[in-house]
Design a protein around this ligand. Sequence first.
Ligand code: 13P
Ligand code: SF4
Length: 347
Amino acid sequence: EATDKELIEKVWKLKKYFGKDLFIPGHHYQRDDVIQFADATGDSLQLAQVSAANTEASYIIFCGVHFMAETADILANENQRVILPDLRAGCSMADMANRAQTEKAWEKLTSIYGDTIIPITYVNSSAEIKAFVGRHGGATVTSSNAEKMLHWAFSQKKRILFLPDQHLGRNTAYDMGISLNEMVVWNPHKEEMEEDVLDPKMILWKGHCSVHENFRIDHVWSLREKDPERKILVHPECSWEVTQAADLAGSTRFIIEQVRQAPKGAKWAIGTEMNLVKRLIKQFPDQSIVSLNPEMCPCLTMNRIDLPHLVWALDELYEGRIPNQIRVDHQVAQEAKLAIDRMLVND
Ligand code: 13P
Ligand code: SF4
């Protein structure tokens, strides 16, 4: 068994060997022992953009989850190969909407609302869902541009089907002045709406992030009681109650910016994935940073990309094999790209 030190040395060596032919993007939720090798770090939008801009590398080893690697493959040129070091690095939220469910929902919703509805999907979704959205004139959004993109969507149609994260959809629409009683939840298992709303503006897919649901309103209350000066900063994948009760809410990029700009001695309770919170604690030792949920909330699938898997992927490449290539079907990729491009031009 190689030690971590040996594995780390090996990655540096192989990175040097491949040079510009290899590009490693790393999401902010990745482990420290992986993120140290990233050529670019970012939130999901930034990573989609840097992958699109990089035309030099033949190999992209994506340190993130499956839907991100799919997006990278969709944006890559035909000579590039996208590799996910562990195929089990999925996303439970992305798995909450599949093609058959979405087609069924669309059939029912368009039979009720006719041509007044546009589908929008969070990038945390499979390529097939992005393709569905692209096919029907919609766009993708990320947590950094959701509000801008919802404004665009409402300039196209009267109402939105928002996939797959009900919380990002609800939180963003609410911030734009849409009231909760103009929103309705679509339950894909029951194939029906969960409330009776006559003329909804937002139809929210019943999906959520299993990491961010662990930040609860009782965490906010107990923190307010114990430490009222501490600012609560959360990701909009948290529930509406938590997001409303927090001081600030925004994407991973926004969270990092807030901490970066804060003065010495600032006190934060952060509601997002554990690796990012831990990294902020380390990088800003003169601020006081804790997790909003004291138990810390890791994303288990993000964590599947670890040092041994990264070394394995590099070894395979070195041996001339292409391991765990993520390849999106051509037709699906073309339609998904329509949805992604509508986001990139409007962002
Ligand atoms: P962002 O990186 O867009 O903030 O998304 C967070 C997330 O859950 C990624 O899986
Ligand atoms: Fe998916 Fe949530 Fe993990 Fe992001 S943090 S990859 S949305 S499960």
